[in-house]
Design a binder for this molecule. Structure first.
Ligand code: TRP
Length: 401
């Protein structure tokens, strides 16, 4: 029997990364170098990170120093313009598919908060309640409810209300935003979205028509209350690299409708507790640390599930040391332990077998508990009025201050 082109492609493809599926080759790790080649984005070089440090007069975020954000498109152009005194705006988003967020969900928002503070620029946050309604088979009402709940977690990350507009697609799509969606949609054939996203003829047309919704926040004219007369303002999108297909499409279309291409800064994926080959799965609560986990639950999850690169006996561990390549506690500390010197010390001692897995896990439990408790306190302080205030369609007169 003849195979379809897509099937052949799937067999050839060693790894699959798109907004709906992240699968490494044969249960291995995601090969990020290959992904950069395949997607055609650029590696985030050391020289760009030093430039960020110079331009913002503050140390680069841990996620930059440790390579969590590792790829980009035209970020250098954003910095060139910034150096000449031209500001930009930030755009990121979340598909509200679940009530409880895990730490992986917070990463783009923590990083976006740093970018907003460091560059002093406005930010738009899209809650794609429509997307999740269509993909996750949630009702319209439930998707909208989750969007508001997730907005509280996002606000808890510390965004500046004088510079931040949060919107839900169900509430905001229309007017100038919708006009831009139609302009984009006219430039993208069915064949094109099949090529980019892998849609099939069996997918409902809601899915096929969605990509323009995520595309157009990249254009300042989609926000006439924020950026009137600023059609040449550039957009920078911090996101995980699985969102790249949306913005490849956006960048392809932009010049054809007279708009600037958005720039991107892209992160790798936050690994599951069970190891980098595993996926954090919504159906397995033990694969991730949730922002709602108590100190006791965090301790138990780390001790019981965090995949260790240590040896199985103390004697062997002292002799051979830990394999840091596969060790989850060290990986997680790489994301969340701010102190470079302490991390380096732990890596060295652990790899040499002088430090034991238990000690590394103990430090990780402290670090994670502090982050989660801080987040919980901040989220508890977010009121419905604050959500309304962030989501109000309003000008932000001080957004570049
Ligand atoms: N599709 C994304 C998700 O499912 C949500 C999203 C919308 C987004 N716009 C974005 C993510 C821009 C990053 C950048 O989570």
């Amino acid at each position: 029997m003849e195979k379809s082109e897509i099937e052949e492609q799937k067999e050839e493809e060693d790894q699959i990364v798109n907004p709906w599926e992240v699968t490494a080759k044969d249960g291995g790790k995601i090969d990020y170098d290959k992904l950069i080649d395949k997607f055609g984005c650029q590696r985030l070089e050391e020289s760009l990170i030093s430039r960020v440090e110079r331009l913002t007069s503050r140390p680069p975020h841990v996620f930059l120093r440790r390579g969590v954000f590792f790829a980009h498109r035209d970020f250098n152009e954003i910095l060139d313009a910034y150096e000449r005194g031209k500001k930009f705006y930030l755009y990121t988003g979340r598909g509200p598919s679940s009530e409880a967020l895990h730490l992986g969900h917070l990463i783009p928002f923590m990083f976006t908060k740093y970018l907003q503070d460091a560059f002093k620029v406005p930010l738009v946050i899209q809650l794609t309640d429509d997307e999740k309604c269509m993909w996750k088979n949630l009702s319209v009402e439930e998707s909208q409810r989750l969007a508001r709940e997730n907005a509280k977690d996002i606000i808890a990350c510390g965004f500046d209300i004088t510079k931040t507009f949060i919107f839900s697609d169900f509430d905001y799509v229309g007017g100038a935003f919708y006009k831009n969606m139609v302009k984009v949609a006219k430039c993208v054939t069915f064949n094109k979205v099949v090529g980019i996203f892998g849609f099939t003829a069996e997918d409902h047309i809601g899915k096929i028509s969605f990509p323009p919704v995520q595309a157009v926040p990249s254009f300042p004219s989609s926000f006439p209350h924020l950026f009137p007369g600023k059609d040449d303002l550039r957009c920078l999108i911090p996101c995980a690299i699985d969102q790249d297909p949306y913005f490849r499409m956006t960048r392809d279309v932009a010049p054809r409708i007279g708009y600037q291409k958005p720039a991107l800064i892209e992160s790798s994926f936050f690994p599951a507790l069970q190891g980098e080959t595993g996926k954090m799965s919504a159906s397995d609560p033990n694969s991730a640390i949730y922002v709602t986990d108590s100190a006791k639950v965090i301790k138990n999850k780390v001790n019981k599930y965090a995949f260790s690169g240590g040896q199985e006996s103390i004697e062997k561990h002292r002799k051979y040391g830990a394999n840091l390549e596969v060790d989850i506690p060290i990986k997680y500390l790489g994301f969340f332990l701010e102190d470079d010197a302490e991390l380096e010390h732990m890596q060295k001692e652990y790899a040499a077998g002088r430090m034991l897995t238990g000690e590394v896990k103990k430090r990780l439990i402290e670090v994670l508990t502090e982050i989660v408790e801080r987040h919980c306190r901040a989220r508890a302080a977010v009121t419905d009025e604050m959500v309304d205030a962030f989501m109000a369609i309003r000008p932000l007169p001080n957004m570049f201050d």
